[in-house]
Design a protein around this ligand. Structure first.
Ligand code: NI
Length: 423
C-alpha cells in the first residue's frame, strides 16, 4: 500500500532548509520526493498537507529503560546511588517478565505518541520486551542489562544477552541486539573484557553507561582512555556510551563510538552537563536519549531536543554553539546509526519510511517557512504537534489512535502492576 503526503514540508538533519514537496511512501520506503510544483503521484491513501504539515524523520530514543515507566515517581529528588540502592533496585527485584512486558508497552504508548519510532533499551527479561516491540511493529536496539551480584549472576546475564542476540538480532528488520554491561561500577573489568570479546565474536555492539557522575569518574581507578582500551570496548563493532557527562573530550574516540546525551536525566539527578559542544567540534557522533522514566520523567525526545539546544548555549554563553539542525540530527539519524539501523533517520528516496507527521496549523507555527522549520520545531514545537507516527510505512500512531496496540488494556495492566510492586 502506498501513502502520499501531498504538499508537505520536509526537514532532516542533512538539509540546510526545509523543502515543500509531495512525498510518496511505498513498501515501507520513501519512494519519491518531488517538488510541490509538480503533479503528485497517485496513491491508495493521501495525507493532505496543504503546506501546513511537516514530515520529519522518526525520533530515536538512544538510551532508555522502557519498563521503568512502572517505577516513575519513586524516590524522587535523591542522589543517584542512594536512589538506585534504596528506591529502584529493591522494587526492580519484584518485577516479573509479565510486569516488564506491560511496563514496556506502556512506555511504547508514550514514545509513539511523541514521534519516537525506535528506542534503545537496556533492561532485563528482554524476551518479553522483544515480544512487545515486534507486536507493535516498533523498532528497537535491545540489550540485557548485565550487572555483577551473587555468584554466577553475571555469567548468567552474559549468556542471557547472547541468547537474546541469537533469537532476535535482525528480526523482521525491527530489532538489533547489543551487549549491555550496565556500568563500570556494576561490572568488574575482567568481565568487561569477556563481554567485549563476546561482542566482537558475535558481531554485536555494546550499550554501556559510562561516566554519568563525577564520583564514577573519580572511582574508575584509571583514566577513561585506559579503561576503554583495557576493557576492549573500543574494538567492538560499535559502542554506545550513555551519558558520558564526565568524559573528557580530550580523549580521541574512534568512529564506531556514539555518545548519548541525556540532558534532562542528567539535570534531574544533578549529575552535571556533558560537554556537547566539544564533541560536536570534534565530529564525534552524539545521539539523544531520555534515560528511564524514573529519572526524567518523560519519554519525550522533543523535551531532550529543546534542553540540548538551550542548555549548552547558556553554559557556554554562546548562542551559536549548538544549532536546531544539530539537535534534530542527534535526535534522529545519529541514534539510528548508533544501533546499527541503516538508511533510517533522514528523508531521502530509498530510505526507510520511519516518519513523523507534524501539524503546523497551530498558532505557535505562524511564521514558519522553509528557512526556519527546524528552529520552530526545536524551540516552539512540542510533542503535542505530532499528528502521526509511521514505522516501515505503516501508521503506529495517528490522531490519538494506536493501530497496532490496545491502549486501554495496556494502561489498565500497567496500573495494576504498579500497584502490585509498590504495595
Ligand atoms: Ni540509563
Amino acid at each position: 500500500m502506498a501513502t502520499l503526503f501531498k504538499d508537505v514540508l520536509i526537514i532532516d538533519g542533512s538539509r540546510e532548509k526545509a523543502e515543500r514537496v509531495h512525498l510518496l511512501v511505498s513498501k515501507g520506503r520513501i519512494e519519491s520526493i518531488i517538488d510541490v510544483s509538480q503533479t503528485p503521484p497517485t496513491a491508495d491513501k493521501i495525507v493532505y498537507g496543504h503546506g501546513r504539515m511537516a514530515v520529519i524523520p522518526g525520533f530515536v530514543n538512544a538510551h532508555t529503560h522502557a519498563a521503568m515507566t512502572l517505577l516513575r515517581g519513586l524516590g524522587e529528588e535523591t542522589a543517584l546511588m542512594e536512589w538506585l540502592q534504596t528506591q529502584i533496585w529493591p522494587v526492580e527485584d519484584k518485577l516479573t517478565p509479565e510486569y516488564i512486558y506491560w511496563g514496556t508497552l506502556s512506555a511504547m504508548l508514550e514514545m509513539l505518541e511523541t514521534g519516537t519510532t525506535c528506542f534503545a533499551d537496556m533492561y532485563f527479561e528482554m524476551d518479553r520486551v522483544a515480544e512487545a516491540v515486534l507486536g507493535a511493529g516498533m523498532r528497537a536496539g535491545l540489550c540485557r542489562g548485565i550487572t555483577a551480584g551473587e555468584p554466577g549472576k553475571i555469567e548468567r546475564s552474559i549468556a542471557n544477552n547472547l541468547e537474546l542476540a541469537e533469537k532476535y538480532h535482525g528480526r523482521e528488520g525491527l530489532i538489533t541486539v547489543q551487549m549491555g554491561p550496565h556500568a563500570p561500577y556494576t561490572v568488574p573489568i575482567e568481565y568487561m573484557k569477556q563481554i567485549s570479546e563476546a561482542a566482537k565474536s558475535h558481531g554485536l555492539g555494546v550499550h554501556f553507561h559510562f561516566l554519568e557522575t563525577k564520583g564514577e569518574r573519580d572511582n574508575l581507578g584509571m583514566t577513561a582512555e585506559e579503561y576503554l582500551n583495557e576493557s576492549g570496548l573500543l574494538s567492538v563493532p560499535y559502542l554506545t556510551l550513555a551519558h558520558a557527562v564526565w568524559l573528557d573530550p580530550a580523549i580521541s574516540l574512534p568512529d564506531n563510538v556514539t555518545l548519548v546525551h541525556n540532558p534532562c536525566s542528567n539535570l534531574k539527578l544533578g549529575s552535571g552537563v556533558m560537554p556537547l559542544v566539544s564533541w560536536l567540534e570534534r565530529d564525534v557522533s552524539v545521539a539523544l536519549g531520555t534515560d528511564g522514566a524514573s529519572s526524567n520523567n518523560r519519554l519525550d525526545i522533543w523535551g531532550e531536543m529543546r534542553y540540548a539546544a538551550l542548555l549548552h548555549k547558556g553554559v557556554n554563553m554562546n548562542p551559536v554553539c549548538v544549532s536546531a539542525l544539530d539537535v534534530l540530527r542527534m535526535a534522529t539519524y545519529e541514534g539510528a546509526k548508533a544501533f546499527g539501523f541503516a538508511q533510517k533517520g533522514m528523508i531521502h528516496e530509498g530510505w526507510v519510511a520511519d516518519l513523523v507527521l507534524v501539524d503546523l496549523d497551530k498558532p505557535h507555527y505562524i511564521g514558519v517557512n522553509d528557512e526556519n522549520l527546524a528552529v520552530y520545531i526545536v524551540y516552539a514545537g512540542s510533542s503535542a504537534d505530532v499528528a502521526g507516527t509511521m514505522i516501515n510505512g505503516r501508521w503506529v500512531y495517528k490522531n490519538g489512535e494506536y493501530p497496532t496496540l490496545d491502549r486501554e488494556e495496556i494502561i489498565a495492566k500497567a496500573r495494576e502492576v504498579r500497584e502490585a510492586i509498590t504495595r
